[in-house]
Design a binder for this molecule. Structure first.
Ligand SMILES: *[C@@H]1O[C@H](CO)[C@@H](O)[C@H](O)[C@H]1NC(C)=O
Ligand SMILES: *[C@@H]1O[C@H](CO)[C@@H](O)[C@H](O)[C@H]1NC(C)=O
Ligand SMILES: *[C@@H]1O[C@H](CO)[C@@H](O)[C@H](O)[C@H]1NC(C)=O
Ligand SMILES: *[C@@H]1O[C@H](CO)[C@@H](O)[C@H](O)[C@H]1NC(C)=O
Ligand SMILES: *[C@@H]1O[C@H](CO)[C@@H](O)[C@H](O)[C@H]1NC(C)=O
Length: 429
């Protein structure tokens, strides 16, 4: 989808090159798929998932210690001490609770099974918090609990990736009915008739007010105009009417943008030729998140609000538009992989702004929670579609060079365990 193209940022040095590459890609995308245009991309890349890695191999065993007495721990102790977000992926011979056959809501770019991803080991892992047990996702229980409730997942395409996972897991009990979509099919709403439960996915990639100048194909025609002190009404308009919310943002802030505060230009990020001070995305991200958090902390909202941190990507040897790939087929061990510099910058700001707001929120009786899935995702370079964002990308040419997606996540896949964690947090706080 075109959002993919928009999502990935442009770093200063590659900006013009990237713009050119995007333009070329979209003008001749179909053409490019089938005809070799490799001269536009760095040469010498190996075909991802080529050779013996294409065989479906059973997941190798990682050595993991599970405390023997975990089941005997009294529940209140578990609840109090347990950090659901520190743990390990352990083998799960049963595999996922839904498939491309049982769920019809998986977007084609994330439908790795349907798209012919040859290995299936990535499906056979489950998240195990180190100090306690994470119950299986119980769709029936979730739906019962959420009778007459409204959920909203707010953010960018990762948020959409997540909503599909949630709907697929719930669809084992009841199929969600789509009841709304906006003109561009970016915001959607689903309804579970027997439970009077509404789940919305609200497209708001910056959370703050933004004018995005992109053509139909997602090619930027000008810098984003970003108002760091004004929130995007797409989500604030529904804010008070939903009971549960998961709010997130992230990578869109890496885009070229002109920043405004109090309707005055205060700086920019990547704006050559403009007489505006380069202040960088760190400045903007802090300010924007501060505005978002401040609004939430003072809102008097009576429901449960999760702020989800941004997610890591696993592009190797390049990025979206420069031939980056993610060929791993198994999780890596903790410590074998480090947060990328940019992700760490975003993540640090997210934690800092959350911490500041959490105190204020608590004083005001607002239930603001953090969902930081970094530990779960950082060790899952195997969970991305890679070349299998397209239907059978190597059907016509086994060594074709295809665009890889190492940012979004295959469904089923690692994101499904977000729902286990969220359910546990909803139940036990
Ligand atoms: C699901 O994926 C399998 C391969 O894993 C494929 O054979 C099948 O056609 C797919 N089904 C649908 C409905 O996409
Ligand atoms: C469905 O839930 C909404 C609140 O989300 C409530 O206002 C409405 O009355 C419920 N409808 C039924 C039929 O229970
Ligand atoms: C915002 O701008 C207006 C005029 O443009 C000015 O009067 C006001 O003091 C400014 N507010 C802040 C907080 O800077
Ligand atoms: C750039 O902006 C500064 C301050 O606003 C101004 O003094 C200067 O004349 C501008 N330069 C150009 C080339 O527009
Ligand atoms: C397959 O793709 C590779 C890499 O783009 C290219 O060099 C080769 O000529 C293609 N083969 C065919 C038969 O199109």
């Amino acid at each position: 989808m075109k959002e993919y193209w928009k999502l990935w940022s442009m770093n200063k040095h590659h900006y013009l090159l990237v713009r050119l590459a995007i333009a070329i890609l979209f003008v001749g995308f179909a053409f490019w798929l089938f005809v070799s245009r490799s001269s536009e991309f760095p040469t010498g890349l190996e075909s991802p998932l080529g050779g013996k890695e294409q065989m479906a191999v059973p997941p190798p065993k990682l050595s993991i210690e599970i405390p023997e007495n975990e089941d005997q721990m009294p529940l209140d102790v578990v609840v109090e001490k347990c950090d659901l977000l520190t743990g390990d992926w352990i083998p799960n011979p049963l595999g996922p609770i839904y498939t491309n056959e049982s769920c019809s809501l998986i977007e084609s770019h994330q439908n790795c099974m349907k798209n012919g991803r040859p290995d299936s080991g990535y499906l056979h892992w489950m998240w195990k918090p180190r100090d306690c047990k994470l119950p299986q996702f119980d769709a029936k229980k979730f739906l019962e609990m959420m009778r007459n409730k409204k959920w909203a997942l707010i953010g960018d395409s990762i948020s959409r990736n997540h909503v599909q996972s949630l709907l697929c897991m719930l669809s084992r009990v009841e199929q969600a009915v789509e009841v709304y979509h906006d003109e561009e099919y970016r915001s959607k709403r689903w309804y579970f008739p027997s439970y009077n439960l509404t789940v919305s996915n609200i497209w708001s990639p910056f959370l703050v007010k933004a004018a995005i100048f992109e053509d139909f194909n997602g090619v930027s025609t000008s810098e984003v105009e970003l108002h760091l002190d004004k929130l995007d009404k797409t989500w604030t308009d529904v804010y008070q009417s939903v009971d549960y919310m998961i709010i997130s943002t992230g990578k869109w802030f890496l885009k070229a943008a002109i920043y405004h505060e109090n309707d005055t230009v205060v700086g920019c990020h990547i704006c050559p030729g403009k007489n505006i001070t380069q202040v960088g995305f760190v400045f903007a991200y802090s300010k924007a998140l501060h505005s978002v958090m401040d609004f939430i902390a003072k809102s008097g909202h009576k429901g449960l609000i999760f702020f989800r941190t941004s997610t890591p990507d696993h592009f190797e040897n390049g990025e979206w538009h420069s031939g980056g790939t993610c060929p791993k087929t198994t999780p890596v061990k903790e410590g074998e992989i480090e947060m990328k510099v940019i992700h760490k910058l975003l993540h640090d700001i997210e934690l800092a702004e959350f911490e500041k707001a959490a105190e204020k929120a608590a004083k005001n009786g607002v239930n603001l929670n953090l969902l930081d899935f970094t530990n779960l995702l950082l060790v899952r370079p195997d969970g991305h579609p890679g070349p299998y964002r397209e239907f059978h990308p190597f059907a016509k040419n086994k060594t074709a060079k295809v665009q890889n997606d190492c940012l979004h996540w295959c469904l089923p896949g690692p994101l499904d365990y977000w729902n286990n964690v969220i359910m546990e947090k909803v139940i036990n706080g």
